[in-house]
Design a protein around this ligand. Structure first.
Ligand code: DGY
Length: 322
């Protein structure tokens, strides 16, 4: 009997994929910093029993249709908006993600981004390196306090709750908006549920942690930014397309909001010449929410376990399509 064939869309450490090799042939795209081209992914999908994909790979109906032997797509990320899950489900293809293992790591980065944006950390460090520091002065690079302020978390899933937990350490008042109320978050973290509009109006820090869906695409639009306080700081550690970037740019330039910390963008990688990156009140990061060595290894291992489970006819640990 021929062994199953698994294609991995980025170069991953050999010891991590080794367990798959016990039961399958494994081929890997040879680069860790270059995205697999679509034609290569298409050809590989045609042969593959399993794909191990990155959140930057678009696995749409065309790719899934080509994958006549495909049984599982294991995506290295908690988000799976890059995969057409309903097309996969229709064809009996399992889609898996990597929740839980990245929760605290992503919450740490989200909070780091919030602090960095509020306290102008990146701007100040750059300023110093450019030799601009003449003397201590009363309002030099003065930012905004974080402690005792109101944080408004949009998307109170596991990462949202982990961010809220961090916010309690800063004595913050915690508001949240979510598809449904999260009673556990209310009881454990003292978070208060409110409408999207109420949150926008009341929060000093508006933190976007909602998944990208048809409903959330561009939910942060010009109307949303107009409702925020002029002193508000907007943080996005979820998906770029939840935000209308042109509207965000205009809100930042016109002073409708004070600053933004962004780990994600509508088109990644964002061009260095993008107008958002020229603003001093923007702290921008290259989608590194879950990027610690420990967590990335756990994510890769979970993808491998999910693939092995499906190829052995077992239920994977973190199945997205029920
Ligand atoms: C995720 O897990 O969805 C992240 O965005 C990738 O780090």
């Amino acid at each position: 009997m021929t062994r199953p064939y698994v294609f991995v869309t980025r170069k991953l450490p050999d010891d991590i994929v080794a367990p798959i090799k016990d039961i399958a042939e494994v081929a890997m795209w040879p680069y860790d910093d270059i995205q697999v081209p679509r034609d290569v992914l298409m050809n590989e999908a045609k042969k593959a029993d399993a794909l191990l994909t990155m959140v930057s790979d678009v696995v749409d109906e065309e790719i899934l249709e080509a994958g006549t032997s495909l049984k599982v797509v294991a995506n290295m990320g908690v988000g799976f908006d890059n995969i057409d899950v309903s097309a996969a489900t229709k064809r009996g293809i399992a889609v898996c993600n990597t929740p839980d293992v990245l929760t605290d790591t992503t919450a740490d980065l989200t909070f780091a981004l919030l602090l960095a944006t509020a306290r102008r950390v990146v701007e100040a460090a750059q300023w110093l390196k450019e030799g601009k520091w003449k003397s201590w002065s009363p309002l030099l690079l003065a930012g905004a306090d974080v402690h005792h302020k109101t944080i408004g978390i949009v998307g109170m899933g596991k990462i949202g709750q982990a961010v809220a937990k961090r916010a309690t350490g800063f004595d913050m008042n915690i508001l949240y908006h979510n598809r449904s109320r999260n009673i556990e978050a209310e009881q454990k973290l003292g978070a208060t549920y409110c409408s999207f509009e109420e949150l926008l109006k009341a929060a000093d820090f508006v933190v976007c942690l909602t998944p990208l869906t048809k409903e959330t695409r561009h939910m942060f639009n010009s109307e949303a930014f107009r409702k925020m306080k002029r002193s508000a700081i907007f943080i996005n550690a979820a998906r770029g397309a939840v935000v209308d970037e042109q509207a965000l740019y205009e809100a930042l330039v016109s002073g409708e909001i004070a600053a933004a910390g962004l780990d994600v963008f509508e088109h990644e990688p964002i061009a260095a010449s993008h107008p958002l990156l020229a603003l001093t009140n923007v702290v921008a990061l290259p989608h590194i929410g879950s990027a610690t060595k420990e967590t990335r290894v756990k994510m890769m291992e979970l993808c491998c376990r999910n693939i092995i489970a499906v190829l052995k006819g077992k239920r994977p640990e973190t199945l997205v399509n029920e």
